[in-house]
Design a protein around this ligand. Structure first.
Ligand SMILES: C[S@@+](CC[C@H](N)C(=O)[O-])C[C@H]1O[C@@H](n2cnc3c(N)ncnc32)[C@H](O)[C@@H]1O
Length: 206
């Protein structure tokens, strides 16, 4: 059953229809991603262990948190002050059941959110800055939410990095952050034949 979803969600251009797809996929998402060998959780873990240093009680935003699959790694690393935001209440229902998050917010990242700015020590956004989901203009919002000196970990697929304007947006805002680490390209879902190559962008807000 799971195989179809990857192409459906990444080909969808309409945000309302995309939300409906996630409603249908929510309960099967974790097991599909596990089968496909989802690489982002281990990449995030590696970045937290090697490249950035934040305290266990640091305030973390999981932007486009979905079911909380990536935040499970944060929990295993003993981070306990995590807020999740996603526009799909169905994905959030699964996230809520895991008891990882201090707070879950159901809102779109495609416009300015209701969250207070400069409050997070770390903003993580995996699998979200991509076609049909959240566009480059939202990078401004992710930076706004990060404390000066705080970090952002963003996954962006190589295929759309230039094409959809993510490269241009990061260049335009390059005075707002320093690059801590740009990973080598890797296959995000090694066990799925249609998986894209991605990179992790680790930034520190100035
Ligand atoms: C591929 S999932 C990634 C979930 C999680 N970050 C992970 O890595 O497993 C993409 C998520 O982005 C959310 N999403 C898509 N468009 C959004 C928007 N405009 N605002 C907030 N969340 C959005 C979807 O509801 C979905 O949960």
């Amino acid at each position: 059953m799971g195989k179809k979803w990857l192409n459906i969600v990444y080909k969808e251009k309409n945000s309302t229809r995309l939300k409906k797809h996630y409603r249908e996929w929510a309960d099967g998402y974790d097991s599909d991603l596990k089968d496909w060998g989802y690489a982002y959780p281990s990449k995030v873990k590696q970045i937290l262990e090697k490249y950035i240093s934040i305290k266990k009680g640091s305030k973390i935003l999981d932007a486009g948190c979905g079911t909380g699959y990536v935040a499970e790694v944060l929990k295993a690393l003993r981070y306990n002050n995590i807020v999740g935001i996603d526009y799909s209440k169905d994905m959030l229902r699964v996230a809520h059941s895991k008891k990882i998050y201090k707070k879950l917010v159901c809102e779109s990242l495609s416009k300015k959110t209701s969250l207070k700015g400069s409050q997070f020590d770390l903003v993580i956004c995996t699998g979200v800055l991509t076609s049909g989901h959240v566009g480059p203009s939202s990078i401004k919002e992710l930076i706004r939410l990060t404390k000066p000196g705080g970090y952002l970990i963003l996954s962006i697929s190589e295929k759309i990095f230039s094409k959809l304007g993510f490269k241009r947006e990061l260049e335009k805002r390059s005075n707002e952050f320093n690059y801590i680490k740009l990973s080598k390209p890797f296959i995000a879902l090694p066990n799925h034949k249609d998986s894209a190559r991605s990179r992790m962008h680790t930034l520190q807000r100035v």
